[in-house]
Design a protein around this ligand. Structure first.
Ligand code: ADP
Length: 706
């Protein structure tokens, strides 16, 4: 390489000694072959970029002879539009960079440059290295990578477009087969019992399918599971190469299906149970087969398979989530349907129950309205809560008028006063029956029989009572007629009976002649019977008088003690006759009563007590002060009265034993008369008894204060 003298500045030539020139020449001679053999293009350029000298590699790079090159400048070769303006020949700084050279050879070439300024006065050292091939290789690799990325995202997109696992698997094998140009791509699922099955496949038409083929456990030993679960990928270039290490069974299999090369990538599932530590489990394998010939699987193919296997893992997790979600939705839907069904059932049941209730209410109303009696339900506040139509017929009050009204409002003060005692009894839990007089809307008076039945709840608390009122006016009228008839007959009987009685008494004295013993006995029976008849007639007439209201009780203030002493004295003889002790405890109590009638009632009760006692028994007559009233009691130790007779014996001619009248000389009217007398005094009379132990008859009379 010889610098051109015309470009050599004069000053360089002038200031050098001969020795230095000689040394320089000898170095040049040494460097010359080095420069000529250098791989890099080395040139000397001036400030304008003119080539002053160039080595062989430089001539080759620019495609010119040295002579031709020395006539050109560097800028002639630089691709101006390529952003390489950075190269500056005027600077004193060393520069390095890349350039794209044009007009040099048939194709532009990329070079790496280094410019060392002023290695000689106005001479700069330019070193260029052709990097076109390297660049092209990088470019190629980039291109390939781009393609892979595109392919991968294309397949991933297809996979992701579906939530259906089956479809995802099918897309995967189809796409992998297409991209790898493999003869067969399949997905092998490892089942929990160690066996396996081909569940998806893409295979070229000339090869047999192995879809749905099942493989025994031996094909896939447990050791392989472990390796695959850790993510091992197996690329087998030639299955017949002993290094491939195929298991016995698999050798048969690859021979049968003429498989030459295999690529196996695991599909691993990351299991994370309820937040506990996660672990990998082998779900299956993504396998590519080459049947035509052995095949060397390149990294890209391995990578693609690996990434798609990962995609399948993700899809699996999503599919499982979806499945679980669907299960939850299904369960929830079933629950909702169940709830809906039972709700509907409940509504239906309730509707049916309501309809049945309405129907039974309707029936109840029909029945109660059809009956010619008053039917009602009264609550514990004595207010009507139900009443039938008869109330309207009788009282002219509609159910609406009556509902919620108080008893007194409906019946008036006087009538209510007569009811009150029985209402209180019903509300304290007793069933009561009584008779009352009411006035109808048309002003007619009616006699009624009233029964109150208490309504008790589960705790036995009285919530109210049912009231049944029936018209007994007709019966009463007949009774009155009968009573009047009896009274007339009795009246007519009394005079002849009295004379009959007197005649018998005279006969018994023997003044009219003595009788035989039989005659005497017969006379005694006749006398006894006549006496009983007289008593009966007198009782009937008494009762009739009291009931007819013709008798007005002459009520005056009396001391109860006086009555008690008088009554006891009157009955003393009878008691003695029966061997009964009569005990009286007179009580100083001022009562408001008719002395004769009260004495009659007391003696009647005492006579019954003595009659029904055994000799040696005691009969007590006591009295005590109650609230606004005095309570008299006649107690005996006699035979007692059955419970079902305790009320009945106050009715006419009612006796516990029908032979009582004959044996005890009773008429069955005594208690009826007693009750009438006491009721006329606004008192009450009742009996209590324990069979075999005795009975107590009690009555009340108003005290003076009351
Ligand atoms: P009588 O004139 O028959 O006694 P009452 O009306 O006085 O009529 O009594 C009716 C019936 O009541 C009696 O016949 C008797 O069966 C029963 N009786 C009344 N008092 C007693 C008593 N102290 N003990 C047992 N039974 C009685």
């Amino acid at each position: 390489m010889a610098p051109r003298s015309s470009h050599q500045p004069a000053s360089t030539r002038k200031g050098k000694s001969k020795t230095r020139s000689a040394a320089g020449r000898s170095r040049k001679r040494l460097l010359q072959p080095l420069l000529e053999n250098a791989q890099d293009a080395i040139a000397l350029v001036d400030d304008a970029g003119r080539f002053l000298d160039a080595n062989l590699a430089a001539c080759q790079l620019f495609g010119l002879s040295r002579q031709a090159l020395l006539e050109r400048t560097l800028p002639d070769f630089i691709d101006a539009g390529n952003g390489h303006e950075g190269l500056n020949l005027q600077t004193s700084q060393r520069q390095i960079g890349e350039l794209r050279l044009v007009n040099s050879g048939p194709v532009p070439c990329e070079v790496e440059y280094s410019l060392t300024p002023a290695v000689l006065p106005h001479g700069h050292l330019l070193v260029l290295r052709d990097i076109s091939r390297r660049k092209a290789a990088i470019e190629d690799e980039l291109q390939r990578q781009r393609q892979r990325v595109e392919l991968f995202s294309e397949v991933t997109l297809k996979i992701r477009q579906s939530l259906q696992l089956k479809e995802i698997l099918h897309t995967t094998v189809t796409e992998v087969q297409r991209i790898l140009r493999a003869d067969r791509v399949l997905i092998y699922q490892v089942l929990p019992d160690g066996t396996g099955k081909t569940i998806s496949e893409a295979v070229l038409p000339n090869y047999p399918t192995i879809l749905d083929m099942e493989f025994p456990e031996e094909v896939f030993p447990e050791a392989y599971h472990q390796l695959y679960a850790q993510g091992r990928v197996r690329a087998i270039t030639d299955v017949h190469n002993p290094a491939a290490g195929l298991s016995e069974c698999l050798v048969d299999f690859v021979n049968q299906f003429d498989i030459k090369a295999k690529l196996i990538v695991p599909i691993v599932q990351n299991l994370n149970h309820n937040g506990s530590a996660s672990h990998n489990q082998l779900w299956g394998l993504l396998i590519a087969h080459q049947c035509r010939s052995p095949r060397h699987w390149v990294d890209f193919e391995l990578e693609l398979m690996q990434q798609l296997a990962d995609q399948i893992s993700i899809a699996l997790a999503q599919a499982q989530l979806l499945e679980r979600l669907e299960e939850i939705v299904e369960v929830r839907t079933a629950e909702l349907q169940d709830a809906n069904r039972s709700l509907k059932q409940e509504i239906n049941d309730r509707k049916q129950a309501e309809a049945a209730l309405r129907q039974s209410e309707e029936q109840l109303r029909l029945i109660t309205n059809a009956l010619p009696v008053l039917i009602a339900y009264v609550d514990d506040q004595q207010q009507y809560r139900f009443n039938n139509n008869a109330y309207f017929d009788w009282l002219g009050k509609s159910p609406g008028d009556i509902y919620g009204s108080h008893l007194q409002q409906v019946w008036g003060a006087a009538c209510y006063q007569r009811m009150q005692f029985y209402v209180d009894s019903a509300l304290s839990g007793h069933t009561v029956t009584y008779e009352n007089e009411i006035t109808l809307a048309n002003g007619n008076q009616r006699s009624v029989d009233v029964t109150y039945v208490p309504h008790l709840d589960d705790q036995n608390t009285v919530k109210g009572f049912f009231a049944l009122t029936s018209d007994i006016s007709d019966r009463k009228a007949i009774e009155r007629m009968k009573d009047e008839f009896i009274s007339v007959v009795s009246h007519e009987l009394r005079t002849p009976l009295t004379s009959l009685h007197s005649a018998l008494k005279i006969l018994a004295t023997g003044r009219l002649g003595s009788l035989s013993i039989d005659g005497q006995q017969m006379l005694e029976i006749a006398d006894e019977s006549t006496e009983r008849l007289v008593r009966l007639v007198n009782n009937v007439l008494d009762l009739q008088r009291i009931e007819s209201g013709k008798v007005i009780m002459d009520r005056q203030a009396h001391n109860a003690a006086d009555f008690m002493i008088q009554a006891a004295e009157a009955m003393q003889a009878m008691a003695q006759q029966h061997g009964v002790t009569l005990v009286t405890q007179p009580q100083e109590l001022m009562i408001w009563a008719d002395a004769d009638y009260i004495l009659q009632a007391l003696t009647n009760l005492l006579s019954n007590a003595i009659k029904f006692s055994a000799p040696g028994d005691t009969v007590w007559l006591t009295a005590e002060a109650g609230q606004d009233e005095a309570v008299f009691r006649v107690r005996d130790e006699g035979q007692g009265i059955p419970a079902d007779h305790l009320e009945r014996i106050f009715e006419r001619f009612q006796q516990v034993d029908s032979s009582d009248s004959r044996k005890k000389g009773g008429t069955g009217l005594g208690l009826t008369i007693c009750r009438k007398i006491i009721e006329q005094h606004e008192g009450r009379i009742w009996a209590e008894s324990t069979l075999g132990q005795g009975s107590t008859f009690s009555f009340t009379l108003p005290t003076l204060q009351g």
